[in-house]
Design a protein around this ligand. Structure first.
Ligand SMILES: [Zn+2]
Length: 448
């Protein structure tokens, strides 16, 4: 095979696009677009990272395909790409934004000597969650989408002049890479990290971390589109504190959001409490998965809010209700909220002191519904003789001896309803007595 000689290897960390640009300049004095045309690599194919590009670039340069693949995203399908063994959705790549570290470019500039500047685009600048240069502890500069005939990732075509770079460097905030960025880079390098993150696609792990972090750091109703790159970076840092601890850590983060006070009654539902995090999972305009954070958030919501059976939560109908609030139980059973609250407090499902009952407090739906249904069927103690055919003193004895129980074990001076006995219990008592009893012609002595 004939290569263009002499060998012109990519610089350390240099992206395929950056290197091809310098390669064309070095060997043919051509711009990237002209060189690609000359060697028969369609620009769009390079932008996409198609397989043919790697083999063609390898054939003309003598660099191995494996080496070139560590310098570019690879096309898998219209939605999925790969890089160093990780696959992800295309949104994880910012192929149409110009991203650079002003300090890195200034150093390229200074090393170019008297000739034309030879800028080197670093491979990992293209990833959405990479926002800091680890060599210079400097925030990367990132533009919005650029259009035109030049690839945004061809940094030489877009690099500012020296004076502007110096100005940008002065303005760039000094910062360390976020914990999320460190995780992403380490994962690309093949290192193992927290399992909950490792067990999902890298872009989903990253997005879940940033979304949770943004809501914790800037409030659940944070206007996401207005967050700056620096704020997203902090979101990644904060979110990682939770997601790196897996399910337990994420529940901790959700608990933090849940416990924040909400003055507005309309904001006490899951959408109000989890804000953008909830909306991100609930309102999907594509079938791209959210990842395992969805299940954790769903469980948390079902455990903490009175969500009715039949509700559509994250695209799934809730088959049965897990929790009731006083209000939902009252609506469900048709019993006045105060009565419901009293009954729950007396039975120990809610704190005894009703004044401290938190409006958002919930109780397990099954036992709570059962309790209120019993209450609805309760026969006041005074009416028991009439129901089962006994005397008042016999009725009292049945209760005192624990053969019958009042619906709510109550020592306070409550209304007759609370002191009633479930009608079902009365029926059971009678059927038990009939089962064990024997019909007699004549009453034996001492019997009534
Ligand atoms: Zn740098």
């Amino acid at each position: 095979m004939e290569f263009l000689m002499p060998h012109f290897p990519p610089a350390q960390e240099e992206s395929l696009i950056s290197w091809l640009n310098r390669f064309g300049q070095f060997h043919c004095g051509l711009s990237l677009n002209a060189f690609l045309h000359f060697v028969g690599i369609p620009l769009q194919e390079l932008h996409m990272g198609r397989q043919e590009v790697f083999s063609r670039a390898s054939a003309i340069s003598g660099q191995s395909v494996e080496n070139l693949k560590t310098r570019s995203h690879e096309y898998l399908s219209d939605r999925r790409f790969a890089y160093r063994g990780e696959t992800f959705f295309r949104e994880f790549l910012l192929r149409s934004s110009v991203t650079f570290c002003p300090a890195c470019l200034l150093s390229d500039y200074n090393e170019s000597g008297t000739g034309a500047p030879k800028f080197i685009g670093r491979t990992e600048w293209v990833f959405r969650s990479v926002r800091t240069c680890e060599h210079h502890a400097t925030a990367l500069c990132r533009t919005a989408q650029v259009r035109g005939s030049e690839l945004a990732l061809n940094i030489s075509a877009h690099a500012p002049d020296q004076e502007r770079l110096e100005k940008l460097l002065k303005q760039a905030p000094l910062c360390k890479p976020s914990a999320l960025q460190n995780y992403i880079i380490a994962r690309f390098e093949g290192h193992k990290g927290p399992c909950w993150l490792d067990d999902q696609q890298i872009d989903l792990a990253s997005r879940a971390t940033e979304m949770l972090g943004a809501c914790v750091e800037y409030g659940a109703q944070v206007p996401l589109t207005k967050l700056t790159e620096a704020e997203w970076d902090s979101a990644g840092q904060v979110g990682f504190e939770f997601t790196s601890k897996g399910e337990e850590g994420i529940r901790e983060g959700l608990e933090l959001l849940f416990k924040r006070p909400h003055k507005n009654a309309g904001q006490r539902g899951p959408q109000g409490v989890f804000g953008k995090l909830f909306q991100w999972v609930q309102f999907r305009n594509n079938d791209k998965p959210v990842g395992p954070i969805r299940e954790i958030l769903r469980e948390f919501i079902l455990d903490s809010f009175p969500i009715a059976a039949g509700t559509d939560l994250f695209g799934e109908i809730i088959p049965w209700r897990k929790k009731h609030s006083v209000a939902s139980l009252s609506a469900h059973t048709g019993v006045h909220a105060k009565t419901v609250a009293n009954a729950l407090a007396q039975s120990g499902m809610l704190p005894k002191d009703l004044y401290v009952v938190n409006i958002r407090q919930t109780v397990p739906a099954g036992p709570a519904e059962e309790l209120i249904e019993k209450l609805k069927r309760a026969v006041p103690v005074a009416k028991i003789p009439e129901y089962i055919g006994c005397t008042r003193s016999q009725a009292s004895l049945l209760i005192e001896n624990g053969i019958l129980h009042t619906v709510i074990q109550d020592t306070g001076n409550r209304t007759a309803r609370y002191k009633g006995v479930d009608l079902v219990d009365l029926h059971q008592l009678i059927s038990r007595m009939r089962h064990f009893g024997k019909p007699v012609q004549v009453m034996s002595q001492g019997e009534v």
